[in-house]
Write a protein that binds this ligand. Structure first.
Ligand SMILES: CC(=O)N[C@H]1[C@@H](OP(=O)(O)OP(=O)(O)OC[C@H]2O[C@@H](n3ccc(=O)[nH]c3=O)[C@H](O)[C@@H]2O)O[C@H](CO)[C@@H](O)[C@@H]1O
Ligand SMILES: C=C(OP(=O)(O)O)C(=O)O
Length: 436
């Protein structure tokens, strides 16, 4: 398995263009199944999870044509649905989280859908109740008694029927699945407590261009009037906000001057402000983020003087996918912060590795860690580490680039799952990193 060898402590400098958004493109790719016409998608990142989903679509019979870098045309006009019942799909589908979103479009268009228990990061329990409760509200039933590893749902000859649903939680992939099922259902579906991340907004806008009738986009109350058929379209994915946050963190930790190009500011929500609360200076320059080289950054306190807490929440709250990055940056800030990861149970355990590198962190419980910043007075020191999940992996990479000495990171497949060509892009701005 590949590793990264990093010699840290060097300031970096230059421009970075963020890749297309992983979690958006996974939804958008599944939506190509909703029409037999061509769908062209641009700004697709060349990362492992996305490439796997494109392969699954190909095995399912979707015609795939590459027009250029990150630019593909798909056509789902002649599918091999038996692939979904075979052993190969059990293996392929289980390799990533995003494949669960094949279910909604398949159910809507073909009346049945199968799915192995999806993969993705091992960051605690990742239940699927919202997805299934949504399908059941639209009239679907289990095709067979679900076992732990394989699910099947179907709908009778009357097809899916629109209905009202109040989701138990604002699940991102769950909401995407329900929307993709409901666009072809008979009648009107109302989804309250819907997730409303830019990923979901983008999906809804694309579906409307295909002929769907979705209103309430960007709110948590969606109204979807079912239509009989959807047509082709073109779609361009947003820049990846999680990658943008990762670059901000990297700049601060390594005292680097970076410009992040074309970030789509209006889709970043609270992300820039949360980094500013850690004392990081960043400027809006047109649609870019400019981060000057900074010797220090000081964590703010709450107005009453108490220690700052940064926690995750469904959009427009702060995304859980950036908390690991926040945690690593805080290790070299001036001041203290409590990082509270409310959604996932096992995402903070990687702090052990940062502690090994010399960070001052107290893991209070699986959801909360207090970080006492070193104010760049004592650098982290190089270590041999294994990347446990995609965002912890990127955080360790950032720690390594700021650290004194050499760090080796194993299991970098986890990082490649979500960050395109990361070592080449880092070398281009001056990092000393080798893939071995
Ligand atoms: C492929 C993809 O798009 N993955 C993202 C998606 O995963 P995914 O869609 O799997 O995550 P969900 O939104 O379903 O839920 C994530 C976790 O948060 C909990 N939860 C969720 C909503 C809520 O209101 N309260 C609550 O506690 C869930 O129980 C679960 O443990 O959204 C997550 C939450 O932003 C991100 O971390 C993942 O990167
Ligand atoms: C948790 C993540 O991904 P996935 O849902 O694909 O595991 C992530 O992108 O941070």
């Amino acid at each position: 398995m590949a590793t990264f060898q990093i010699k840290g402590g060097k300031p970096l400098k230059g421009e970075i263009t963020p890749q297309g958004a992983k979690n958006e493109v996974l939804q958008i790719l599944c939506a190509v199944l909703l029409t037999n016409e061509q769908v062209r998608i641009k700004n697709i990142p060349d990362i492992r999870d996305v490439n796997r989903l494109i392969e699954i679509l190909g095995d399912l019979g979707v015609k795939t044509q590459k027009n250029g870098k990150g630019d593909f045309t798909f056509q789902a006009d002649d599918l091999r649905l038996d692939y979904l019942r075979g052993k190969q799909f059990r293996k392929d589908g289980a390799a990533l989280r995003g494949s669960i979103m094949l279910m909604g479009p398949l159910l809507a268009r073909f009346g049945e859908a199968f799915m192995p228990k999806p993969g993705g990061d091992k960051i605690g329990r990742r239940r699927l109740d919202t997805h299934f409760e949504g399908f059941f509200a639209l009239g679907a039933k289990y095709r067979f008694n679900p076992d732990e590893d394989f699910y099947g749902v179907e709908v009778d000859e009357n097809g899916l029927q629109g209905s009202y649903m109040l989701l138990e939680e604002a699940s991102v992939t769950g909401t995407a699945n329900i929307i993709m099922a409901a666009v072809l259902a008979k009648g009107t579906t109302t989804v309250y407590n819907a997730a409303c991340e830019p990923y979901i907004q983008q999906l809804c806008k694309m579906l409307n261009r295909m002929g769907a009738k979705i209103s309430g986009i960007s709110s948590n109350l969606l109204t979807i009037e079912g239509v009989e058929v959807l047509g082709g379209t073109e779609h361009t994915c947003l820049p990846d906000m999680i990658e943008i946050g990762s670059w901000i963190g990297l700049a601060a930790m390594t005292k680097s001057e970076l410009t992040i190009k074309n970030v789509s500011w209006e889709n970043l929500g609270v992300i820039p402000d949360v980094f500013k609360k850690l004392g990081i200076k960043l400027e809006r320059r047109d649609d870019d983020i400019y981060i000057p080289a900074q010797e220090n950054y000081e964590i703010e306190r709450f107005i009453d003087g108490s220690i700052l807490t940064i926690s995750d929440a469904p959009w427009p709250g702060f995304t859980p996918d950036l908390l690991s990055i926040i945690l690593v940056i805080a290790t070299q800030a001036k001041g203290s912060v409590l990082v509270h990861q409310k959604m996932f149970e096992s995402r903070l355990f990687f702090v052990d590795k940062l502690i090994e590198m010399g960070a001052q962190i107290i893991l209070c419980d699986p959801h909360r860690a207090t970080v006492i910043g070193l104010n760049h007075e004592t650098p982290l020191k190089g270590a041999e580490l294994t990347s446990p999940d995609i965002r912890a992996g990127m955080s360790l990479l950032i720690a390594a680039l700021s650290a004194k000495g050499e760090t080796i990171i194993h299991n970098i497949d986890q990082i490649d799952r979500g960050y395109e060509d990361i070592d080449t892009r880092l070398r281009a701005i001056g990092a000393d990193i080798i893939r071995a």
